[in-house]
Write a protein that binds this ligand. Structure first.
Ligand code: KIV
Length: 272
């Protein structure tokens, strides 16, 4: 008799309960099927199909060129590889800024076509109405404050945000506005850790930090950064848990050398 273990999907309620119990959770980005399978089996609670795909997979030097079609394509692959993690699709630049109706339709595509369970969008009070309307359509929204990479030109670069009283107050106010608009969680990117602690303590929804210190309810990293698969630049907040590029290079050098020497393919890898 075979026993089938039922895998229960992490939901927005699960991570809210985890915050209530003081249990931290882990989120990573994923952009393809095989990576999603491994990260899901390893037990990460949330997989974000980030628009960072533009930089770490597609080779652009910002997230701005990423399109809805790119995001749907990658989100489909991640959804196919995921049984347990909550899959969040990142709304790309210009998919939610032009009109609320277009934003709701685009958010819906992540769930209807791509198999995600939620979407993420960047910005503060200026996206409160869009957030409210997407949530009203039954689509959970993850908010994103601090360093919002789609606004890199307005921010003047990839810099720490929320330094100084006025800037910190504005981020705190935006966090409350987005919670009130119905966001189920909030990414805080590159903000001082004391500000992240204050925001985390004053919201009922979980915060997820990236360069925001240890006091957030969850943490997120870009998987290519933490595995050493993206070397163009490494922000201060990235901890490299592996050097996959180094390992790939070594494996490929061995392969080339064995092809040239005739050591590969040997009989074990041939049909006799
Ligand atoms: O696109 C992305 O990967 C993100 C995370 C860094 C939060 O937005």
């Amino acid at each position: 008799m075979s026993t089938q273990i039922k895998i229960t999907r992490v939901t927005t309620a699960t991570i809210r309960e985890m915050k209530g119990k003081g249990e931290k959770f882990a989120m990573l980005t994923a952009y393809d099927y095989p990576t999603a399978v491994v990260l899901d089996e390893a037990g990460v609670e949330i997989l974000l199909v980030g628009d960072s795909v533009g930089m770490v997979v597609l080779g652009y030097d910002s997230t701005l060129p990423v399109t809805m079609e790119d995001m749907i394509h990658h989100t489909k692959a991640v959804s196919r590889g995921t049984k347990r993690a909550l899959v969040v699709g990142d709304m790309p630049f210009m998919s939610y800024q032009c009109s609320v109706d277009e934003a709701v339709r685009n958010a819906g595509r992540f769930l209807q076509e791509a198999g995600a369970q939620a979407v993420k969008l960047e910005g503060g009070r200026e996206v409160a109405e869009v957030t409210r309307r997407i949530v009203a359509a039954g689509i959970p929204v993850m908010a994103h404050l601090g360093l919002t990479p789609q606004s890199v030109h307005q921010l003047g670069g990839y810099k720490v945000q929320g330094k100084g009283d006025a800037a910190a107050r504005r981020i705190m106010e935006d966090a409350k506005i987005l919670e009130e608009a119905g966001a189920f969680s909030l990414v805080l990117e590159c903000v001082p850790k004391d500000l992240a602690r204050e925001i985390t303590g004053s919201l009922a929804i979980p915060t997820i930090g990236i360069g925001a210190g240890v006091h957030c309810d969850g943490q997120v990293l870009v998987v290519h950064d933490m595995l050493g698969m993206f070397d163009r630049f490494t922000p201060k907040f990235v901890k490299k848990y592996e050097n996959i590029n180094g390992r790939i290079r070594e494996a490929v050098i061995s392969y080339i050398s064995e092809v040239k020497s005739g050591a590969f393919p040997d009989d074990a890898h041939s049909f006799l």
